[in-house]
Design a protein around this ligand. Structure first.
Ligand code: PEP
Ligand code: MG
Length: 593
């Protein structure tokens, strides 16, 4: 439907719902607004402080560039190294500091405003140079301007943190650190042009209970967009200028969903077992240590996956050993002996440390990610291992390696753990004799050598978000390919079945911590495939536990066999959705009416 002349007419736009739930709120246009540079006068006494702020922003920018440079050297990306080098030389030039000092002291305006004006002047000077080589080099320096300005303005976190409460945030794209920086209840919903269902930005939004619609053509929004706007994350529908009856209907459904969730949450004490007494260990995926209380409130059994990279995604630089040690100990102090699986930094793909943000790989998900990154950056890996091993003396920690694709990688990583352990002991630290070590199964090659990996580690954890993308050759964050991203593809199910069988045969535990574990339509299938451990965001524990409790192991095995006999992902999904609709018609989150 066209949005032209739609001033008071109800308009429905369709995207892809990637985090379920309903939100009604005022629209807020986020990332496709250029950052506004504030301009304000600064008194004589405040000018030194402005200069200090500028110098601090330059220092942060330099620190990021130096780390980026080291990263690029490790990659051998010469062109990119040259660009970073040019930026470093540019900020080392004392002229900038001299010009800024003069500007701030004489003009009496804030650092951002002076810097913006100064940069305009530099730009004009560069562009007046006849040689096109020099003009083109200027484009490389623009990134430096944005970097320093970002630090002066306080980064993207500050931008999202200042979004009005319950707003519907429209953005071209969101990064995992954008969504991670948001307090759950502060934002109504996200609507973006780009973004896949298992992109990390989406995973975090779901963990925080924020409805999210991606793949929506933002050019169709009217210029004078105003509220209220309805977002239905179940169906992917965004409604502008809703009629009073539509508003009423959605308000009622939203209340109904909230009541149903509250009802499930009250059952936190219930055991996580099928109605014929088969125990399923249900633990929590965690990105944010401050969300631990939700885990306990919902009756989760420990932490099945701590995505440790969120300790640094929204800041510059990797955390020190002491910072990490403190974070892991804080987590343990809330766990009362329950198991905590810390996954080593899964950096790369769509999760970049600040210093990597301008580093481009042609296929980042197939590039220097996770264990590959850690093995190439032993000082970062060793620092994390030191913190984990030290913390392991204070609780029930296991260590998980992300994106293992060969036995060689597992052995190398374990070898480094041993070296770090010996070093710590020689320094006088008390380290437990054994640390349980597991391998993520996210790459088809790892799934197919699950028997080999199982002989050299203590547990396996199937990461279906990646297993699906690598098995089906579909980038998990590419909205244009989302139709091909099919977790119920028979190829994926067969890989999962094989992994579970191999783990069982070798007597080690296997869990599933991908988003499939949080989809109630798939719970019976997973149990039927032989899984007895699932890890989901704390928010999803009540619903998944409820589904487990109404499933029988015999029926689940039968259902899994029926699903495995189907030839196509779509057939499997509609079979399982129909079964779920039949057994749980009251769940309007998954069975929208
Ligand atoms: C997965 O790939 O399923 C997983 C749990 O890891 P992440 O989503 O962090 O890549
Ligand atoms: Mg993964």
């Amino acid at each position: 439907m066209s949005t032209k002349g739609a001033k008071s007419q109800e308009v429905r736009l369709l995207g892809e719902g990637i985090s379920r739930g309903i939100a009604i709120g005022e629209p807020y246009l986020f990332s496709y607004q250029q950052p506004t540079v504030p301009v304000y006068p600064v008194s004589l006494t405040g000018r030194k402080e402005e200069l200090r702020r500028f110098l601090a922003a330059v220092d942060k920018g330099r620190e990021e560039l130096l780390l980026l440079q080291r990263q690029l050297e490790c990659e051998g990306a010469q062109d990119a190294i040259d660009i970073v080098e040019a930026q470093l030389q540019f900020i080392a030039d004392p002229t900038i500091i001299a010009d800024m000092t003069q500007g701030i002291m004489e003009e009496g305006r804030n650092a951002e405003a002076v810097f913006q004006a100064l940069w305009k002047r530099y730009r004009a000077q560069f562009q007046s140079i006849g040689d096109s080589f020099f003009r083109e080099r200027w484009a490389d320096l623009e990134d430096l301007y944005r970097r320093i300005l970002r630090h002066l303005l306080g980064g993207s976190q500050a931008a999202l943190a200042s979004v009005p409460k319950s707003a519907i945030v429209f953005a071209t794209e969101l990064s995992p650190s954008d969504t991670a920086s948001v307090q759950g209840c502060a934002i109504g919903a996200f609507v973006t042009q780009k973004g896949g269902a298992t992109s990390h930005a989406a995973i975090v939004a779901r963990a925080k209970g924020i409805p999210y619609i991606a793949n929506l053509d933002l050019s169709r929004l009217p210029k004078n967009l105003h509220g209220p706007v309805i977002v239905d994350g179940r169906t992917g529908v965004v409604i502008l200028n809703p009629k009073p009856a539509t508003l009423q209907k959605y308000r009622t459904t939203a209340l109904h969903i909230a009541d149903a969730m509250a009802d499930l949450e009250r059952q936190a004490e219930h055991k996580s077992e099928t109605y014929d007494g088969h125990h399923i260990r249900l633990s929590a995926n965690l990105e944010d240590v401050t969300e631990l209380s939700l885990l306990h409130g919902h009756g989760g059994y420990g932490i099945g996956l701590f995505r440790s990279e969120y300790l640094f995604l929204s800041r510059s630089g990797f955390p020190s050993e002491e910072e990490q040690y403190d974070a892991y100990r804080t987590m343990l102090s809330h766990m009362d002996g329950l198991p905590v699986v810390i996954r080593a930094f899964d950096v790369g793909g769509d999760k970049h440390a600040a210093e990597q943000r301008t580093w481009k790989e042609l296929n980042p998900f197939l590039g220097c990610r996770a264990i590959r990154f850690l093995l190439r950056k032993p000082e970062i890996f060793r620092t994390q291992l030191r913190a984990i091993l030290r913390a392991s003396a204070h609780g029930n920690i296991s260590l998980l390696f992300p994106m293992v694709s060969s036995l060689q990688e597992l052995r190398e990583a374990k070898n480094i753990v041993d070296q770090v352990r010996h070093k710590l002991i020689s320094e006088g630290h008390k380290i437990p004799a054994h640390l349980s070590i597991g391998s993520m199964i996210e790459v088809p090659s790892a799934a197919l050598i699950a028997d080999v990996l199982a002989q050299e580690c203590d547990f396996l954890s199937i990461g279906t978000n990646d297993l699906v993308q690598y098995a089906l050759a579909v980038d998990r964050s590419n909205d244009a390919m989302s139709g091909h991203y099919a977790p119920t593809h028979p190829g994926v199910l067969r890989l999962m079945k094989f992994v579970v069988a191999q783990a069982n045969q070798h007597g080690i535990s296997v869990s599933l911590c991908g988003e499939m574990a949080a989809d109630p339509r798939l719970t019976a299938l997973l149990i039927g495939l032989g899984l007895t451990e699932l890890s989901v965001a704390s928010r999803h524990i009540p619903l998944i536990k409820h589904v487990i409790r109404r499933t029988s192991i015999v029926e689940a095995r039968h259902l899994a066999n029926q699903a495995l006999a189907l030839a196509d992902a779509g057939e499997v999904l509609s079979f399982l959705s129909n079964e779920y609709r039949r057994t749980a018609p009251e769940d309007v989150l998954y069975n929208p009416r």
